[in-house]
Design a protein around this ligand. Structure first.
Ligand code: ADP
Ligand code: MG
Length: 242
């Protein structure tokens, strides 16, 4: 579904992605983890061209995403992106946050978009929150609205960059359970997270990044094996102590 081939990215003198290659398969959940600054956000942002790359290729559903003439807005409609900080529009209600893109970009009639939004809100456990403004709901609720907003565009791929790291601890599970539900429904997902219990429960594959390089790509169960390599063991011991 998504194929990276020797992707390189520089920020000035900083070489932040070094020959990153690999594949995110259809219907699978891939977790990206690794220490802070290892390039996880940069990597996930290259997939929908929030970051441009300097070298290498990225194919999404068979198409080179840097080919000339690609309609970036159209391309992005098929990839939902959930940010750490939710990025809801503060001046719009929950309902308008969810219906804006379908109405403006896909020309979905308002009544249809609003019915769909109501059903998405039920799906993320927020029935009846249509009229609330982002500042009137909790962080966990806001992140679930952000997920509903992505789903309103019917994406085939969902990308998450640390979706729970800005949340109070007691709100983490309500967001992770929505993401787990999507995984169970077969959504193709790439998720940056340090929630390793969640990763263990939902991941098909786990990539471990360090210093802009892929240290390893693992089947989920292999990653958590006791006899895994020393670097992974060290990482897991730090994360588990938090
Ligand atoms: P992670 O998400 O794993 O913490 P990032 O992808 O955010 O890592 O960052 C990788 C490296 O790139 C870090 O050294 C970071 O400081 C640097 N970096 C990220 N974004 C920018 C930017 N816009 N300009 C310059 N350097 C950046
Ligand atoms: Mg990051």
């Amino acid at each position: 579904m998504i194929v990276l081939d020797r992707v390189n990215k520089h920020f000035g003198p900083l070489h932040v992605l070094k020959n990153v290659s690999g594949e995110f398969r259809k219907g699978e959940v891939t977790i990206l983890c690794g220490p802070s600054g290892s390039g996880k956000s940069t990597l996930i942002r290259t997939i929908n061209r929030l970051e441009e790359i300097n070298d290498g290729t990225i194919h999404v559903q068979g198409r080179n995403i840097h080919e000339r003439g690609l309609d970036v807005d159209r391309f992005r409609m098929n990839l939902g992106f959930v940010f750490q900080q939710f990025n809801l529009f503060p001046h719009l209600t929950v309902l308008d946050n969810i219906t804006l893109a379908p109405r403006k970009l896909k020309k979905v009639p308002r009544s249809v978009a609003e019915d769909q939004a109501a059903s998405l809100l039920r799906r993320v456990g927020l029935a009846g929150k249509e009229k609330a403004y982002p500042e009137q709901i909790s962080g966990g609720q806001a992140q679930r609205v952000a997920i509903a907003r992505c789903l309103a565009m019917n994406p085939e791929i969902m990308l998450f960059d640390e979706p729970t790291s800005a949340l109070d601890p007691e709100m983490v599970s309500e967001v992770l359970s929505v993401i787990s539900q999507l995984a169970a429904e077969g959504m193709t997902m790439v998720c940056v997270t340090h929630e390793m219990g969640f990763a263990k429960a939902v991941a098909d594959s786990i990539w471990f990044l360090e210093n802009g390089q892929v240290h390893g790509q693992y089947q989920c169960r292999d990653f958590f094996e006791e006899d895994n390599d020393a670097r992974i063991r060290l990482f897991l011991s730090h994360v588990n102590r938090q």
